[in-house]
Design a protein around this ligand. Structure first.
Ligand code: SF4
Length: 378
Protein backbone atom coordinates (compact mmCIF):
# COMPACT_ATOMS: atom_id res chain seq x y z
CA UNK A 1 0.00 0.00 0.00
CA UNK A 2 1.44 3.39 -1.02
CA UNK A 3 0.72 5.99 1.65
CA UNK A 4 2.56 8.73 -0.21
CA UNK A 5 0.39 9.07 -3.28
CA UNK A 6 -0.80 12.60 -3.91
CA UNK A 7 -4.38 11.89 -2.97
CA UNK A 8 -6.72 14.71 -1.98
CA UNK A 9 -8.10 15.02 1.54
CA UNK A 10 -11.50 13.74 0.37
CA UNK A 11 -9.95 10.62 -1.10
CA UNK A 12 -8.11 9.87 2.14
CA UNK A 13 -11.34 10.35 4.06
CA UNK A 14 -13.08 7.85 1.79
CA UNK A 15 -10.29 5.34 2.41
CA UNK A 16 -10.41 5.94 6.17
CA UNK A 17 -14.17 5.42 6.22
CA UNK A 18 -13.77 2.11 4.38
CA UNK A 19 -11.61 0.70 7.19
CA UNK A 20 -13.22 -1.68 9.63
CA UNK A 21 -11.77 -0.97 13.06
CA UNK A 22 -12.04 -3.77 15.63
CA UNK A 23 -12.48 -1.23 18.46
CA UNK A 24 -12.41 2.52 19.14
CA UNK A 25 -8.93 4.02 18.86
CA UNK A 26 -7.07 7.13 19.98
CA UNK A 27 -4.46 8.76 17.76
CA UNK A 28 -2.13 11.33 19.31
CA UNK A 29 -0.47 14.23 17.51
CA UNK A 30 2.47 16.12 19.00
CA UNK A 31 2.50 19.31 16.97
CA UNK A 32 0.60 22.56 17.51
CA UNK A 33 0.43 23.02 13.74
CA UNK A 34 -1.17 19.59 13.35
CA UNK A 35 -3.73 20.41 16.03
CA UNK A 36 -4.54 23.71 14.32
CA UNK A 37 -5.24 22.00 10.99
CA UNK A 38 -7.22 19.19 12.64
CA UNK A 39 -9.39 21.66 14.53
CA UNK A 40 -9.80 24.39 11.95
CA UNK A 41 -10.43 21.99 9.06
CA UNK A 42 -12.95 20.07 11.17
CA UNK A 43 -11.15 16.77 10.71
CA UNK A 44 -12.42 15.27 13.98
CA UNK A 45 -16.04 15.50 12.99
CA UNK A 46 -15.22 14.16 9.50
CA UNK A 47 -13.71 10.95 10.85
CA UNK A 48 -15.82 7.86 11.56
CA UNK A 49 -17.12 7.31 15.11
CA UNK A 50 -14.59 5.55 17.28
CA UNK A 51 -11.57 7.47 15.96
CA UNK A 52 -10.30 10.07 18.42
CA UNK A 53 -7.56 12.55 17.52
CA UNK A 54 -5.82 13.71 20.69
CA UNK A 55 -3.55 16.74 20.98
CA UNK A 56 -0.37 15.89 22.88
CA UNK A 57 2.86 17.67 23.88
CA UNK A 58 3.22 19.85 20.79
CA UNK A 59 3.42 23.38 22.16
CA UNK A 60 6.84 24.62 23.38
CA UNK A 61 5.36 27.64 25.16
CA UNK A 62 2.95 25.40 27.07
CA UNK A 63 5.70 23.23 28.53
CA UNK A 64 8.19 26.01 29.27
CA UNK A 65 8.70 25.79 33.06
CA UNK A 66 7.21 28.64 35.08
CA UNK A 67 10.58 29.10 36.81
CA UNK A 68 12.14 30.00 33.47
CA UNK A 69 9.42 32.57 32.77
CA UNK A 70 9.82 33.87 36.32
CA UNK A 71 13.59 34.19 35.85
CA UNK A 72 13.05 36.06 32.58
CA UNK A 73 10.71 38.47 34.36
CA UNK A 74 13.21 39.05 37.19
CA UNK A 75 16.09 39.64 34.75
CA UNK A 76 13.97 42.12 32.80
CA UNK A 77 13.10 43.94 36.05
CA UNK A 78 16.74 44.65 36.89
CA UNK A 79 16.43 47.70 34.64
CA UNK A 80 19.90 47.36 33.18
CA UNK A 81 18.91 44.63 30.76
CA UNK A 82 16.73 44.45 27.67
CA UNK A 83 14.95 41.13 27.44
CA UNK A 84 13.89 39.86 24.02
CA UNK A 85 11.62 36.85 23.48
CA UNK A 86 9.27 35.35 20.93
CA UNK A 87 5.94 37.15 21.12
CA UNK A 88 4.00 34.18 22.55
CA UNK A 89 6.18 34.11 25.66
CA UNK A 90 5.26 37.65 26.71
CA UNK A 91 1.72 36.76 27.81
CA UNK A 92 2.52 33.48 29.57
CA UNK A 93 1.35 33.92 33.18
CA UNK A 94 3.27 32.65 36.20
CA UNK A 95 2.10 32.07 39.72
CA UNK A 96 4.23 34.86 41.21
CA UNK A 97 3.41 37.18 44.11
CA UNK A 98 0.40 39.42 43.36
CA UNK A 99 2.41 42.58 44.02
CA UNK A 100 4.87 41.64 41.25
CA UNK A 101 4.44 41.41 37.46
CA UNK A 102 3.15 37.93 36.59
CA UNK A 103 4.13 37.93 32.93
CA UNK A 104 6.72 39.57 30.74
CA UNK A 105 3.93 41.71 29.31
CA UNK A 106 3.12 42.99 32.81
CA UNK A 107 6.82 43.58 33.49
CA UNK A 108 6.96 45.64 30.32
CA UNK A 109 3.89 47.63 31.39
CA UNK A 110 5.66 48.29 34.71
CA UNK A 111 8.65 49.78 32.91
CA UNK A 112 10.94 46.86 32.07
CA UNK A 113 12.51 46.87 28.60
CA UNK A 114 10.92 43.77 27.08
CA UNK A 115 10.75 43.41 23.32
CA UNK A 116 9.09 40.76 21.15
CA UNK A 117 11.16 39.32 18.32
CA UNK A 118 10.28 37.05 15.42
CA UNK A 119 13.61 35.28 14.90
CA UNK A 120 16.92 34.62 16.70
CA UNK A 121 18.80 36.77 14.21
CA UNK A 122 16.68 39.73 15.33
CA UNK A 123 18.05 39.27 18.87
CA UNK A 124 21.60 39.52 17.57
CA UNK A 125 20.86 42.58 15.41
CA UNK A 126 19.18 44.42 18.30
CA UNK A 127 22.16 43.73 20.58
CA UNK A 128 24.68 44.78 17.93
CA UNK A 129 22.89 48.11 17.47
CA UNK A 130 23.36 49.02 21.19
CA UNK A 131 26.78 47.70 22.27
CA UNK A 132 26.66 49.62 25.58
CA UNK A 133 23.55 47.82 26.82
CA UNK A 134 23.08 44.22 27.96
CA UNK A 135 20.53 42.02 26.17
CA UNK A 136 19.08 38.65 27.14
CA UNK A 137 17.36 36.41 24.60
CA UNK A 138 14.78 34.17 26.29
CA UNK A 139 14.98 31.29 23.81
CA UNK A 140 12.22 28.73 24.34
CA UNK A 141 11.23 26.17 21.77
CA UNK A 142 11.51 22.70 20.31
CA UNK A 143 14.14 21.40 17.86
CA UNK A 144 12.83 23.54 14.98
CA UNK A 145 13.36 26.71 17.00
CA UNK A 146 16.62 25.61 18.57
CA UNK A 147 18.22 24.98 15.15
CA UNK A 148 18.10 28.69 14.17
CA UNK A 149 19.22 29.62 17.71
CA UNK A 150 22.23 27.34 17.19
CA UNK A 151 22.90 28.92 13.78
CA UNK A 152 22.91 32.36 15.41
CA UNK A 153 25.36 31.20 18.09
CA UNK A 154 27.63 29.50 15.59
CA UNK A 155 27.83 32.64 13.46
CA UNK A 156 28.99 34.54 16.53
CA UNK A 157 27.06 36.83 18.84
CA UNK A 158 28.15 40.07 20.52
CA UNK A 159 29.46 40.05 24.11
CA UNK A 160 26.44 42.04 25.30
CA UNK A 161 23.98 39.26 24.32
CA UNK A 162 23.31 36.27 26.56
CA UNK A 163 20.83 33.42 26.20
CA UNK A 164 18.23 32.26 28.71
CA UNK A 165 17.80 28.86 27.13
CA UNK A 166 14.63 26.81 27.52
CA UNK A 167 14.87 24.44 24.58
CA UNK A 168 13.31 21.00 24.54
CA UNK A 169 13.37 17.82 22.46
CA UNK A 170 9.97 16.46 21.49
CA UNK A 171 10.46 12.71 21.39
CA UNK A 172 11.42 12.21 25.10
CA UNK A 173 7.98 13.43 26.17
CA UNK A 174 6.34 10.80 23.94
CA UNK A 175 8.81 8.20 25.27
CA UNK A 176 7.89 9.21 28.82
CA UNK A 177 4.19 8.74 28.05
CA UNK A 178 4.81 5.35 26.46
CA UNK A 179 7.06 4.21 29.32
CA UNK A 180 4.38 5.21 31.83
CA UNK A 181 2.34 2.13 30.91
CA UNK A 182 -0.75 4.29 30.40
CA UNK A 183 0.05 6.34 27.31
CA UNK A 184 -3.62 6.85 26.50
CA UNK A 185 -3.19 6.45 22.73
CA UNK A 186 -3.00 3.56 20.26
CA UNK A 187 -1.19 5.27 17.37
CA UNK A 188 1.01 8.29 16.83
CA UNK A 189 1.12 11.01 14.20
CA UNK A 190 4.70 12.29 14.44
CA UNK A 191 5.56 15.96 13.79
CA UNK A 192 6.68 16.73 10.25
CA UNK A 193 8.53 19.94 11.11
CA UNK A 194 10.66 18.28 13.82
CA UNK A 195 11.32 15.33 11.50
CA UNK A 196 12.47 17.74 8.79
CA UNK A 197 15.29 18.81 11.12
CA UNK A 198 16.02 15.63 13.09
CA UNK A 199 15.02 12.99 10.54
CA UNK A 200 12.06 10.59 10.69
CA UNK A 201 14.33 7.98 12.31
CA UNK A 202 13.89 9.80 15.62
CA UNK A 203 10.35 8.34 15.83
CA UNK A 204 11.20 4.76 14.91
CA UNK A 205 11.39 3.82 18.58
CA UNK A 206 7.60 4.17 18.82
CA UNK A 207 6.73 1.14 16.62
CA UNK A 208 9.96 -0.72 17.38
CA UNK A 209 9.92 -0.54 21.17
CA UNK A 210 6.23 0.00 21.91
CA UNK A 211 4.31 -1.74 19.10
CA UNK A 212 2.52 1.50 18.30
CA UNK A 213 1.92 2.31 14.61
CA UNK A 214 3.32 5.72 13.67
CA UNK A 215 3.35 8.04 10.67
CA UNK A 216 5.02 11.39 10.01
CA UNK A 217 2.63 14.07 8.70
CA UNK A 218 2.91 17.58 7.31
CA UNK A 219 0.62 20.48 8.17
CA UNK A 220 -1.94 20.11 5.40
CA UNK A 221 -5.19 18.20 5.83
CA UNK A 222 -4.29 15.72 3.08
CA UNK A 223 -0.99 14.81 4.75
CA UNK A 224 -2.64 14.46 8.16
CA UNK A 225 -5.39 12.27 6.73
CA UNK A 226 -2.83 10.16 4.87
CA UNK A 227 -1.01 9.65 8.19
CA UNK A 228 -4.30 8.85 9.94
CA UNK A 229 -5.06 6.27 7.30
CA UNK A 230 -1.51 4.89 7.48
CA UNK A 231 -1.65 4.23 11.21
CA UNK A 232 -5.23 2.89 11.13
CA UNK A 233 -4.37 0.55 8.23
CA UNK A 234 -1.40 -0.77 10.21
CA UNK A 235 -3.49 -1.17 13.35
CA UNK A 236 -6.10 -3.26 11.52
CA UNK A 237 -3.51 -5.40 9.74
CA UNK A 238 -1.39 -5.82 12.89
CA UNK A 239 1.57 -4.10 11.29
CA UNK A 240 3.86 -1.78 13.17
CA UNK A 241 6.32 0.60 11.53
CA UNK A 242 6.97 4.28 10.89
CA UNK A 243 5.57 5.60 7.61
CA UNK A 244 6.68 8.94 6.21
CA UNK A 245 3.59 10.71 4.80
CA UNK A 246 5.50 13.97 4.31
CA UNK A 247 8.30 12.83 1.99
CA UNK A 248 8.56 16.09 0.08
CA UNK A 249 10.01 17.77 3.19
CA UNK A 250 11.13 14.97 5.50
CA UNK A 251 14.21 13.14 4.26
CA UNK A 252 16.16 10.29 5.85
CA UNK A 253 18.65 11.73 8.32
CA UNK A 254 16.88 15.09 8.45
CA UNK A 255 18.77 18.33 7.90
CA UNK A 256 22.41 17.37 8.46
CA UNK A 257 23.63 20.98 8.68
CA UNK A 258 21.00 21.89 11.29
CA UNK A 259 21.77 18.77 13.32
CA UNK A 260 25.49 19.55 13.25
CA UNK A 261 24.78 23.05 14.55
CA UNK A 262 22.59 21.65 17.33
CA UNK A 263 25.41 19.26 18.32
CA UNK A 264 27.98 22.06 18.22
CA UNK A 265 26.03 24.51 20.39
CA UNK A 266 23.97 22.36 22.75
CA UNK A 267 24.35 19.45 25.11
CA UNK A 268 21.34 17.24 25.73
CA UNK A 269 20.38 17.57 29.40
CA UNK A 270 17.63 16.50 31.77
CA UNK A 271 14.96 19.18 31.76
CA UNK A 272 11.85 20.28 33.59
CA UNK A 273 8.52 20.49 31.74
CA UNK A 274 5.81 22.76 33.10
CA UNK A 275 3.36 20.83 35.23
CA UNK A 276 4.94 17.52 34.22
CA UNK A 277 8.32 17.49 35.93
CA UNK A 278 11.76 16.44 34.84
CA UNK A 279 12.12 14.31 31.72
CA UNK A 280 15.58 12.75 31.26
CA UNK A 281 17.49 13.86 28.18
CA UNK A 282 14.73 16.20 27.01
CA UNK A 283 16.43 19.59 27.12
CA UNK A 284 19.11 21.62 25.41
CA UNK A 285 21.92 23.23 27.44
CA UNK A 286 24.66 25.46 26.12
CA UNK A 287 27.94 23.67 25.47
CA UNK A 288 31.06 24.88 27.29
CA UNK A 289 32.05 26.87 24.19
CA UNK A 290 29.02 29.17 24.63
CA UNK A 291 28.74 29.18 28.41
CA UNK A 292 29.97 32.77 28.68
CA UNK A 293 26.69 33.70 26.97
CA UNK A 294 24.59 31.77 29.50
CA UNK A 295 22.16 34.25 31.09
CA UNK A 296 21.73 31.91 34.08
CA UNK A 297 25.41 32.45 34.91
CA UNK A 298 25.37 36.18 34.18
CA UNK A 299 22.17 36.81 36.12
CA UNK A 300 21.80 34.02 38.70
CA UNK A 301 18.36 34.07 40.33
CA UNK A 302 18.03 33.23 44.03
CA UNK A 303 15.98 30.14 44.92
CA UNK A 304 13.50 32.17 47.00
CA UNK A 305 9.94 31.33 48.00
CA UNK A 306 8.52 33.44 45.17
CA UNK A 307 10.49 31.49 42.56
CA UNK A 308 9.42 28.21 44.14
CA UNK A 309 5.78 29.30 44.05
CA UNK A 310 6.16 30.35 40.45
CA UNK A 311 6.92 26.70 39.70
CA UNK A 312 3.43 25.70 40.81
CA UNK A 313 0.56 25.57 38.36
CA UNK A 314 -2.14 28.21 38.95
CA UNK A 315 -5.06 26.81 40.99
CA UNK A 316 -7.49 24.92 38.76
CA UNK A 317 -5.18 24.98 35.74
CA UNK A 318 -5.24 21.65 33.90
CA UNK A 319 -2.63 22.52 31.27
CA UNK A 320 -0.38 19.61 32.24
CA UNK A 321 -3.12 17.06 31.58
CA UNK A 322 -4.04 18.81 28.32
CA UNK A 323 -0.40 18.73 27.19
CA UNK A 324 -0.14 15.03 27.98
CA UNK A 325 -3.35 14.25 26.10
CA UNK A 326 -5.06 13.01 29.26
CA UNK A 327 -7.99 15.40 28.78
CA UNK A 328 -9.29 17.58 25.97
CA UNK A 329 -8.93 21.36 26.34
CA UNK A 330 -12.61 21.89 27.10
CA UNK A 331 -12.49 19.24 29.83
CA UNK A 332 -10.69 21.84 31.96
CA UNK A 333 -13.28 23.51 34.14
CA UNK A 334 -11.65 26.91 33.55
CA UNK A 335 -11.97 26.64 29.75
CA UNK A 336 -14.05 29.51 28.45
CA UNK A 337 -14.99 30.53 32.00
CA UNK A 338 -12.06 32.08 33.88
CA UNK A 339 -9.65 31.17 31.09
CA UNK A 340 -10.01 32.70 27.63
CA UNK A 341 -7.46 34.19 25.22
CA UNK A 342 -8.15 37.62 26.77
CA UNK A 343 -7.65 36.33 30.31
CA UNK A 344 -5.41 33.26 30.02
CA UNK A 345 -4.83 31.30 33.21
CA UNK A 346 -2.48 28.76 31.66
CA UNK A 347 -0.03 28.82 28.73
CA UNK A 348 -2.18 26.50 26.60
CA UNK A 349 -4.57 29.45 26.12
CA UNK A 350 -1.75 31.87 25.27
CA UNK A 351 0.26 30.33 22.48
CA UNK A 352 -1.04 29.93 18.94
CA UNK A 353 0.22 26.35 19.27
CA UNK A 354 -1.53 25.73 22.60
CA UNK A 355 -4.41 23.26 22.33
CA UNK A 356 -6.79 25.44 24.36
CA UNK A 357 -6.09 28.49 22.22
CA UNK A 358 -6.42 26.43 19.03
CA UNK A 359 -9.77 25.01 20.14
CA UNK A 360 -11.04 28.44 21.19
CA UNK A 361 -9.91 29.97 17.88
CA UNK A 362 -11.66 27.06 16.15
CA UNK A 363 -14.96 28.22 17.66
CA UNK A 364 -15.29 25.59 20.38
CA UNK A 365 -17.03 27.30 23.26
CA UNK A 366 -18.68 24.39 25.13
CA UNK A 367 -17.12 23.42 28.42
CA UNK A 368 -17.27 19.62 28.43
CA UNK A 369 -16.40 19.44 32.14
CA UNK A 370 -19.93 20.64 32.80
CA UNK A 371 -21.62 18.52 30.16
CA UNK A 372 -20.62 15.23 28.59
CA UNK A 373 -17.87 13.92 26.33
CA UNK A 374 -19.95 14.51 23.18
CA UNK A 375 -19.24 18.23 23.68
CA UNK A 376 -15.72 17.54 22.42
CA UNK A 377 -16.32 18.67 18.92
CA UNK A 378 -12.88 19.99 17.99
S1 SF4 B 1 -8.43 26.24 29.86
FE1 SF4 B 1 -6.77 27.54 30.63
S2 SF4 B 1 -6.26 26.73 32.63
FE2 SF4 B 1 -7.47 25.17 31.57
S3 SF4 B 1 -5.96 23.83 30.63
FE3 SF4 B 1 -6.50 25.39 29.11
S4 SF4 B 1 -5.01 27.04 29.41
FE4 SF4 B 1 -4.87 25.71 31.20
Amino acid sequence: MDFNTAAEAGQWLTRIRSLDLPRPVRIMNVCGGHERTITHAGLRSALPPGVELIPGPGCPVCICPEEDVYDAIQIARTGSVTLVAFGDMLRVPVNGPKREPRSLEQAKAAGADVRPIASPIEARLIAERSPDREFVFFAAGFETTMAPVAAMLAEGIPDNLSILLSGRLTWPAVAMLLDSGTPGFDMLIAPGHVSTVMGPEEWEFVPREHDIPAAVAGFEADSLLAATYAVMHQFIHRECRLINCYPRAVRPGGNLRARALLDQCFDVVDANWRGIGEIPGSGFGLTAQYREHDARLRYPQPEGTARKRAGEMPPGCDCARVVLGKIYPNDCRLYGAACTPRTPIGPCMVSDEGACRVWWAGGIRDNASATDPSARTG
